[in-house]
Design a protein around this ligand. Sequence first.
Ligand SMILES: C[S@@+](CC[C@H](N)C(=O)[O-])C[C@H]1O[C@@H](n2cnc3c(N)ncnc32)[C@H](O)[C@@H]1O
Length: 292
Amino acid sequence: MSSAVNSHELPAASMAGNPMSLVVDEASEAIRANAFYFGNKAWAEEYLTYCHRSEQFKERWLAATGDWTGKVVVDLGCGPGNVFATLGGRPARLIGVDVAGGSLELAEGLGYTTLLADAANVPLDSEMADVVAINASLHHCEDMRAVLVEAARLVKPGGVLVTDHDPQLSAWDFKGVAKLLWVARLFVYRVIGHGFHKTATQQMWGLKTEIHHKPGDGLTDDFYIDTLAPLGFSVSVYAHNHEMGADVLDGKAGPAAWKYKIANMLSGRRPSARTSALSLMCVARKTDGVLA
Ligand SMILES: C[S@@+](CC[C@H](N)C(=O)[O-])C[C@H]1O[C@@H](n2cnc3c(N)ncnc32)[C@H](O)[C@@H]1O
């Protein structure tokens, strides 16, 4: 492992030699942190094994996008390829865009054609995709609106843009004791080696990538609607707690884990309220000129 791993300093963007390196050289801290963390093959493999691999995820996404077979799909912030690994199918073209070289190598192994590029500035033609997917990635990007607008540009008329697993601002706006517990959990996770917190280094870099996943930050329905509706999309936004399949598209959030219920109660919110559901999923269809 390089010495930069043990440093609290951000490493220089390490894409030299890659044909797309100019895109991420002189990148923002957000991009460099993501490139570093998700570029670590061992961490990315672990992430690919455990995240977004459930049957509920598959059911929800297939309900939102349809089967990917025969379609042109662009997956922005594809990481090591979790979405395709879970959904399967035989897309006509499957393009994965990310800033993390190590993750892209894993995605390539799954069948993605990969592009090392910033999701806010993608070197692809406009209106080339039937499906544009962004899962758990928008909140890792500094300028979320710029990424959403860029994603919208890629969608064919009649095509669909789906985002998921971005924190709902209202649910993560922890107050008082809940905010203290939120910070304290990091220590506990570190001691017990929970999930992606096995070492101080992994924990620190993982947290650096979570640009808009912090108390008082996150996504709102209006963000998606105000960004995409003027671009000719019909937009639906669903709130959920990660455990529901296609029922999310019928407005069901599903159960929240006890720790989130307590955090919401301590913050003065009803855990069962829509605004307490952890993540937002946006399903936006580009009208083909005739407003639906
Ligand atoms: C939490 S992972 C999600 C990976 C995958 N989409 C999934 O469903 O599991 C976030 C991904 O977004 C990527 N990312 C962050 N900022 C980015 C940017 N500006 N452009 C492209 N990808 C970015 C990270 O490198 C990382 O692979």
